[in-house]
Ligand binder design. Structure first.
Ligand code: FES
Length: 246
């Protein structure tokens, strides 16, 4: 059972105006992390006491260090961004399941916006045993991170357009065997419509209250029933998701 921990922030690395990477040293927790898992995070400052925790995917866990990519979108993430090294970070996790790992495959990873971190880490984990292509898209140049093919809606970096626009071509020309994804719902829906019968593992984003499987506030239609993104996911076999009900 994951427990809340308070750890001193190890460091902050500003990526650009909107994004930064924060990290903590937590060898025991890092050992349990797998690509796809997430933590509930909150700045451990008196001003944040009444604020809800934010579910944030693990960007990387290695050599005892866990890092997260934060996009500043409101007061909670701004407080995380303004934490100084040594100030307290409250964490609960690692939570959720992780991506199914394969060997000897041509894997296509597709991410949108802040869906990038789990797939960037998954790429590094899959690469020794597979051929991996990471395709990433965002609104503008600030949303673009290192990848094999990038797209922005405004054309300020990479190709102009949606990250899903060339997927059918990529699947065919690169002989793709398996697809992994994380990003906004419209992107995931469009992607699932492109992949046909290929195995596709999608990490879903959802509003979360408890983050522990207790409130059912994050339930999504999967198979014959409903499953909780925080506890049964966030990674699901995309073929089992009833996309039309989302
Ligand atoms: Fe409460 Fe998922 S957030 S069950």
């Amino acid at each position: 059972m994951p427990v809340f921990q308070e750890l001193p922030l190890l460091g902050t690395e500003r990526i650009n105006r909107a994004y930064l990477r924060i990290s903590v040293m937590a060898p025991e927790l890092a050992e349990k992390c797998r690509p796809g898992m997430f933590f509930e995070l909150k700045a451990g400052l008196p001003s944040q006491t009444r604020r809800l925790f934010k579910p944030i995917s693990v960007f990387e866990a290695s050599e005892g260090k866990i890092s997260f990519l934060i996009k500043v979108v409101g007061p909670g993430t701004r407080a995380l961004a303004e934490l100084k090294p040594g100030e307290p970070l409250l964490l609960l996790g690692p939570l959720g399941n992780s991506f199914h790992l394969v060997k000897g495959q041509n894997a296509l990873l597709v991410s949108g916006g802040i869906g990038y971190p789990p797939l960037a880490w998954l790429k590094r984990v899959l690469e020794p045993h597979n051929r991996v292509i990471l395709v990433h898209g965002g609104s503008c140049a600030e949303d673009l991170f290192p990848c094999d093919r990038g797209y922005t809606l405004d054309g300020s970096s990479g190709d102009r357009g949606l990250v899903t626009q060339d997927i059918m071509d990529i699947i065919k020309t690169e002989n793709i065997d398996i697809v992994y994804s994380c990003g906004p719902l419209p992107m995931l829906k469009a992607l699932q419509a492109c992949v046909g019968d290929l195995p596709h593992y999608a990490s879903l984003e959802a509003y979360m209250a408890c983050g522990l499987g207790a409130c059912h506030g994050c339930a999504v239609p999967v198979g014959e029933g409903w499953q909780r993104v925080c506890k049964d996911g966030p990674v699901f076999a995309a073929s089992l998701i009833r996309w039309e009900e989302l």
